[in-house]
Ligand binder design. Structure first.
Ligand code: ADP
Length: 602
């Protein structure tokens, strides 16, 4: 109950008022008591004190009456000054006692005389009389329930004590009245403090409560609406600061959220696989690329199942940043490079795994090596031939002219072969690097095919082939590099002639389909085994090496053809069909996306 600020305020105010009133009351009551005591002794002094000349005659008169042992006269004189002494019958009484025995002789309260006590002042006066002196007993004691003064009156043989006794009833009644007033004031004070506390709670507690509500809202992540500020006091400043803080916090959270979204997007779409593991090996995060690379739903696995065999988790965790472990693994015919590194050393740390797919890279390297080996091999054979025939001519004496010419013919044909290989390689390398210039022009597709057919006609006739032109008249104009496209056609028709035993039929057909034109060259030749069909467009790939070489082939023709067709945005491939022979189909887009400048309409 006393935990709420409101109740604490009430309690503090109540305590404050009570303690204040108690202190003030006690102070007032003590002051009144001492004032009365002082007043009493001053009164006595003013009557019996030696400083006043009128007192001196009064005291000496008393003494002379004492010398005559006339008590009644003494009493009379005292009674005469009763006003000055403040005597009355109830609170302040006087007694005339025998100075030596203390026996009551006369006074204003004969009844009370019986119960008179031997107070300190009385004893002082009596002791003084016994010594023959006249010392007044006038010591005051604030704690005593009375005030008294004992005045020795001596003269000749007579020795008396005038004893004035005040029972402090006046003070007591005054004090009790004061006490009553204080209690009433206290009650009023308490009432005011309760009212004040309500007022205070309105100005202090309510804003604090509002602030608390706001803080709870912010803690729950709700930043909508600032807290109202009604005052400019400390609470007002605190509320304004809190509003500012909430705003900054919201901005910061938004920035963090943005960063996280950015990272999430990056994480989601990056081509490298990323997996984060906790220290116990369980998976914290992984991206789709990682699952794809490892060919399994990673979320169902842990570190040990994925990489534990190759790199124990403890080994990775023991690494110091920025050290990392790297290795290679194969998963689902993919070659993956794996990098493992610990992140943050504390309890929240773990291991980050990054997977990089190097399959294509490795394949390219393989292909490059194979290509270099092929090139070397292709060049070595004619070189060896050239060298051995040249050597033979040089070492053989009396070599017949005919044989020598035959050998020289071989040397020339082998050099031609090498030149063709080198030329083809150059063309390929230019196409590969994009350096080969493609001169786009608009030309009639049909004319190009006609030109190629005319060029190969003689060759076909030499092999007793029938060259059938199955295409009609209505072929469109196309945009492309005419020379290079004719080179492609030449290669495809040339192959058909080469790889068809003499007396075969070669059919050239063409047409238009949608946005494309197509050309098909079908022969009745040796055909291509299905295992080789995919590969004949690879560099140096030949189904029958001896046959290819015999007919002057380099094994690069179709690779070059494919490069050219692809540069035109078209395709080249084999048509699957029943029966012997081969059909090659080339598809080209009619219109190229080319710049006007590149277009040579002439
Ligand atoms: P080549 O210079 O050896 O002819 P190509 O790249 O033009 O090289 O052809 C690759 C290989 O594809 C040839 O060696 C041959 O084995 C095969 N080939 C191409 N066209 C035909 C065809 N019409 N009939 C049978 N085999 C073919």
């Amino acid at each position: 109950m006393f935990r709420s600020l409101h109740m604490k305020l009430v309690l503090i105010l109540l305590l404050l008022i009570t303690s204040l009133m108690t202190i003030v009351g006690a102070f007032l009551m003590t002051s009144i008591t001492s004032f009365y005591i002082d007043e009493f002794y001053q009164q006595m002094e003013s009557v019996f004190g030696g400083s006043n000349p009128s007192n001196a005659s009064f005291v000496s008169s008393l003494r002379s009456w004492a010398a005559e042992e006339n008590v009644s006269q003494i009493q009379e004189m005292v009674e005469a000054r009763s006003g000055d002494l403040g005597l009355n019958s109830t609170t302040r009484t006087y007694y005339i006692l025998d100075g030596r025995t203390g026996e009551y002789l006369a006074g204003s309260d004969a009844e009370g005389a019986a119960s008179l006590q031997a107070t300190a002042n009385l004893l002082t006066a009596r002791a003084s009389i016994a010594r023959g002196g006249s010392e007044v007993g006038s010591a005051s004691d604030i704690n005593a329930p009375y005030m008294d003064v004992a005045i020795p009156i001596t003269g000749g043989e007579g020795a008396y004590i005038l004893y004035i006794y005040d029972n402090r009833d006046t003070i007591s009644s005054l004090n009790s009245q004061l006490f009553l007033i204080i209690v009433q004031a206290l009650l009023v004070g308490l009432l005011i403090s309760v009212l004040l506390s309500f007022l205070l709670s309105k100005t202090m507690v309510i804003p604090i409560e509002r602030l608390t509500e706001g803080a709870e809202r912010v803690a729950a992540g709700d930043f909508s609406g600032a807290i109202d500020v009604d005052s400019t006091d400390e609470i007002g400043v605190l509320t304004t600061t809190f509003n500012d803080m909430a705003e900054v916090l919201q901005d910061t959270l938004e920035a963090v959220e943005n960063e996280r979204n950015k990272l999430d997007t990056l994480f989601l779409h990056m081509t490298d696989g990323v997996v984060a593991f906790a220290r116990d090996g369980s998976i914290l995060h992984s991206n789709p690329a990682a699952s794809q690379m490892l060919d399994r739903e990673i979320a169902f696995y842990d570190y040990d199942a994925l990489f534990g065999e190759q790199f124990p988790l403890e080994r990775v965790l023991a690494l110091q940043r920025p050290d990392f472990l790297s290795g290679e693994l194969t998963a689902a015919e993919r070659i993956l490079e794996l990098y493992l590194a610990p992140f943050s050393d504390g309890e929240d740390g773990g291991v980050m795994a990054v997977l990089h797919d190097v399959t294509a890279q490795r394949k390219n390297e393989e292909m490059r090596k194979e290509f270099v080996a092929n090139v070397s091999h292709e060049l070595r054979t004619p070189l060896t031939n050239v060298r051995s025939y040249a050597e033979t001519i040089r070492t053989m004496e009396d070599i017949p002219r005919e044989t020598e010419n035959g050998f020289l013919d071989i040397i020339i044909s082998e050099t031609d072969r090498m030149t063709r290989i080198v030329q083809d390689l150059l063309t390929l390398s230019r196409l590969d690097s994009g350096r080969a210039e493609i001169k786009m022009t608009r030309f009639p597709f049909r004319e190009a095919i006609d030109a190629v057919c005319r060029a190969v006609d003689l060759d076909a006739q030499n092999h007793s082939h029938t060259l059938v032109r199955a295409y009609g008249r209505h072929l469109p104009m196309i945009v492309g590099d005419r020379n290079r496209l004719e080179q492609v056609m030449m290669n495809v028709i040339g192959n058909a002639i080469k790889y068809t035993p003499d007396g075969g039929t070669i059919t050239v057909d063409a047409g238009m389909k949608g946005e494309n034109v197509w050309m098909e060259v079908a022969d009745t030749g040796i055909g291509i085994p299905s295992k080789d069909r995919e590969r004949i467009f690879d560099r140096f790939y030949r189904v029958d090496k001896a046959r290819s070489r015999e007919s002057g082939g380099t094994g690069l023709g179709l690779s070059i053809a494919r490069e050219i067709v692809q540069r035109h945005g078209g395709t080249i491939g084999l048509v699957r069909h029943e029966g012997p022979g081969t059909t090659v189909r080339v598809v080209l887009p009619i219109r190229q996306a080319v710049n006007r400048e590149e277009l040579d309409d002439a």
